[in-house]
Design a protein around this ligand. Structure first.
Ligand code: EPU
Length: 418
């Protein structure tokens, strides 16, 4: 077990590079199965969830070798189409292997995926879409037996723009005869990154970033080298860290166009935020102000993944801010922990009302999930005294080294193995 010790009250200053995007690299790692050859992934973040994907690739018979931040995957040795339940449970993204394995092998044996506890996270849209492409899928006691001797492209209308379902169907569609059009597709930047990777392998994919993605399947794919986009949620976390602790930070490589709802909220709170081709700079005022209601929504709306870190930054603001969480039903699990630090937050259903307080104090708190854990660190930076943030294995799923990055910006944060 590990924990962070955070001494609050030290403003941040300096610059830090932003890691490669977790939510891009995970579907891309599943997609590496499609070319049956070598992918050199640059800017690949070293995360627990990436390790879990690498484990799955190795289990399937593929090679994966790290050299600094380059992960080279060779999927030519693929020799099975099942994934062990213990590997599936490691993370939610394991579900994306289904589309890729089906496209490559015409069959797959998987179980339901794990992941952060954010409320029910079904994969019904993934399964229904794959069935529409011609896969026969039987569900039995948590196992999925899938056969797809011949996938056939067609129009698939998603009832909601699920990120994972869009990705899964894009991968399956690469192995389907003819054209697949995913209607009401998710528009997240990570979908565009997946499209760019697939194109770099020779696939015919277009429309990512809009609500219709088209894939012409059965194109011959080849080896490729690809650089993963910067992580917009890690960037949002560090912007909120600066807003919380005070000071001025520059996030190298961060792209403001991916984060416009977050930077708009921070500007409204009184921060000076500027984006340019090299990154984003954020200067925080002495004390933040409350902001207009923050409603999470699919991209380009306010990202659910940034809800907790913005909430943490606003705990000491002047005034009251209303949050409305519209993506996951159970994404306020960090709230009780923030209250332990002196935060004033009232939750009712999907709404949380934050009334700014003058002071936060250090406390012993537990990470409940990845972004919730990051939020505790963001709040601890502004709290008087020392906070102990326990259960940080959640944070390791998505941040390469939160303590290293915050420390390089002047925070007093220490990782302790207990
Ligand atoms: N949903 C269904 N049925 C489905 C799929 C989704 O009902 O078949 C529901 C979910 O239960 C949820 C909503 O649709 O309420 C959105 O789910 P979506 O499929 O869009 O999310 P995801 O693919 O499971 C990805 C990210 C999450 C991020 C969400 C929303 C990855 C690996 N994960 O999850 O990231 O919160 O999109 O943007 O890309 C994180 O990084 O901390 C994280 C949780």
């Amino acid at each position: 077990m590990s924990r962070f010790l955070v001494e609050g009250g030290h403003p941040l200053s300096g610059e830090v590079p932003v890691q490669g995007a977790k939510n891009s690299v995970l579907p891309i790692l599943a997609a590496t199965l499609l070319n049956g050859g070598v992918t050199e992934l640059r800017g690949c973040p070293r995360l627990r969830d990436v390790d879990a994907s690498v484990e799955i690739l190795r289990y399937l018979g593929c090679d994966a070798v790290w050299q600094e931040d380059v992960l080279t995957v060779d999927t030519s040795g693929l020799c099975r189409w099942d994934i062990a339940d213990t590997l599936m449970r490691e993370m939610r993204s394991s579900a994306i292997f289904l589309g890729a394995i089906l496209a490559r092998c015409g069959q797959a044996e998987l179980t339901y995926p794990g992941g952060c506890e954010l409320g029910p996270r079904p994969i019904d849209l993934h399964i229904s879409g794959l069935r529409q492409l011609g896969a026969e899928i039987e569900e039995e006691g948590g196992a999925l037996h899938c056969r797809a001797p011949a996938l056939r492209g067609r129009d698939i209308v998603l009832s909601l723009p699920s990120v994972g379902a869009t990705e899964n169907l894009m991968l399956a569609a690469c192995g389907a005869e003819g054209v697949t059009r995913i209607v009401n597709a998710a528009r997240e930047p990570e979908i565009v990154d997946l499209q760019n990777y697939l194109r770099a392998c020779g696939a015919e994919v277009s429309g990512a970033g809009t609500d219709q993605v088209s894939v012409t399947g059965k194109r011959p794919l080849h080896d490729c080298t690809y650089t993963v986009m910067p992580d917009r949620i890690a960037a949002a976390t560090y912007l909120c860290a600066a807003a919380s602790a005070g000071g001025e930070v520059r996030l190298l490589g961060a792209r403001e166009r991916h984060l416009s709802t977050v930077t708009a909220a921070l500007r409204e709170a009184g921060c000076t935020v500027t984006g340019d081709s090299g990154g984003i700079t954020c200067r925080a005022p002495e004390r933040l102000r409350s902001v207009s209601p923050v409603r999470t929504a699919p991209y380009p709306g306010f990202p659910t993944d940034a809800q907790s870190v913005l909430m943490a930054a606003l705990l000491r603001s002047r005034g009251t801010t209303v949050f409305e969480e519209n993506i996951f039903t159970s994404r306020y699990r960090h709230v009780d922990e923030l209250i332990r630090m002196g935060g004033s937050i009232q939750v009712s259903g999907r709404v949380a009302v934050v009334t700014g307080v003058e002071r936060l104090h250090g406390a012993c708190v537990r990470s409940t999930d990845l972004r919730g854990g990051a939020a505790l660190c963001v709040a601890a930076l502004a709290a008087e005294g020392v906070s102990h943030v326990e259960n940080i294995s959640h944070i390791d799923r998505g941040y390469e080294d939160l303590a290293r990055d915050l420390e390089s910006l002047g925070a007093k944060i220490l990782r302790e193995e207990t």
